[in-house]
Design a protein around this ligand. Sequence first.
Ligand code: ATP
Ligand code: MG
Ligand code: MG
Length: 568
Amino acid sequence: SGETRNDFIRQIVRDDLSSGKHDRIQTRFPPEPNGYLHLGHTRAIWADFGIAQEFNGACNLRFDDTNPAREDPEYVQAIQDDVRWLGYDWRSLRHASDYFDVYYLAAEKLILDGNAYVCDLSADQVREYRGTLTEPGRDSPFRGRSVEENLDLFRRMRAGEFADGARTLRARIDMASGNINLRDPALYRIKHVPHQNTGDAWCIYPMYDFAHALGDAIEGITHSLCTLEFEDHRPLYDWCVDKVDLAGNPQLLQPLLDRGLPLEAGKPRQIEFSRLNVNYTVMSKRKLMALVQEGLVDGWDDPRLPTLQGIRRRGYTPAALRAFVERLGLSKQNSLIDFSVLEAAVREDLDASAQRRMAVLDPLGLVLTNLPEGHGEVVAFANHPKDEAAGQRDVPFSRELWIEREDFMEQPVKGFHRLVPGGEVRLRGIGIVRCDEVVKDGDRVVELRCSLDPETRPGREGANRKVKGTIHWVSARHAVAAEVRLYDRLFKVPDPDDDSDGRTYRDHLNPESRRTVQAWLEPAAVDVAPETRLQFERLGYFVADRKDHSPQKPVFNRTVTLRDTWAT
Ligand code: ATP
Ligand code: MG
Ligand code: MG
């Protein structure tokens, strides 16, 4: 429950419940369906859904779809999938566009109360009249229009009589305000563009601040959590809620009641927290969109992308993402989080949950010359070293094996403790082998001829004899070929968003961010469902690709290496 975690938002919620200001809390997660969710959204989702859950409240999923030109039902579906994948569910699924007729009535109310007017200034003129941080703005010449004229013009805006951009509806607040957001901001604009949810029903659309504040009020949101860039918008948010006053004007909600939408109009409170940013990646939907559209990555679910779809395909678990954002918590301080913090979270989760298998990514043949030709046996291996309940599997063992090429060095460097000519190493689960002969083709080592010390096999007297290295292997005859995709950072620099030297994030792409190899897997690694996560011993955590994997044609993606191998 809410007692275990603490941060400034949970403290506010706790106070509001204990003071009786609210007897139940209601939050919402309000993505705009103009792209796929990314890692940064995880913080907002965890806060919105997580806090509601902890305090026995509820969270709505609301699509803030007030900008029809950029929105698409494809995103509406994907966002729902992503939220569910992260382990959350909503009380009610809404679209800001569900409320278009309420917004419209609210706008007429503002006009009737003298709180809004129709303005004929062009976008450029509006900007000019707005003033600057140091200079107050000037009143629009249309600010003094009568209520009747405003109402007439607004109705004709709605009826489609005017071209895009010809007129706007503006709030009448204060052109001299120190907060530029309060200098008569636009509430409605004309846009003859069909909408993904309402089709051709509207040619005027509400602006974000107006729609967002009223959407929260309509749904009875008690705590409206958002990121810090909205802090300066809070006075406008409050202005919209107060001047429209849905609670005091229930007739404005009639269109929703007529459609049977359950309502709990109230006065929401906006609270801001810092955005989540992670280095070596970009997290704006616009930049992610460009990477996809320019073909610089393989779609929205490319495992190198920080989209939730990409991260999922990479093999990250929802539990790891939740643990990651939980560890960072909520604050008002913006910061750039090191990618290694995210990787540590996924390693920790997969170390506990992923079964172990053996795989060889870069094979070198090893023949155990003192075993008879055709020798075959199965050896039982624990599926998980710390979890007996995970059981055991049979691993076929034979005279001809594949080992990892990098586990042998003909001329070993200092500190190399694996296999060398004449040296010994332990084969995982089998015993100690000595390298008697190195077979070469020109300069290239093609096979190692070794002997297995039978006294060192498990259960024998010499099983505990010490050697420095232990290496993994697969039986060549039994191994199954698989495509394995090895990923690295998508960008070469910690802050690809930094374009101060004239170079953009496109110039910082890491050309080696993906490498595909043909690997050999032990049979028990192959017959698994897509999205099965495994540790390939000594190599890292891997996931059976969500789209491309089948037991007939195995495809694995490396989620993360076992240790942090990135030099910063
Ligand atoms: P982007 O700028 O990447 O397009 P956005 O803020 O426009 O993102 P929305 O779909 O409007 O994306 O965001 C939905 C919610 O998620 C908002 O409450 C927003 O504040 C929050 N959010 C977006 N990005 C982050 C982030 N990096 N960290 C935390 N919260 C975020
Ligand atoms: Mg947005
Ligand atoms: Mg944005």
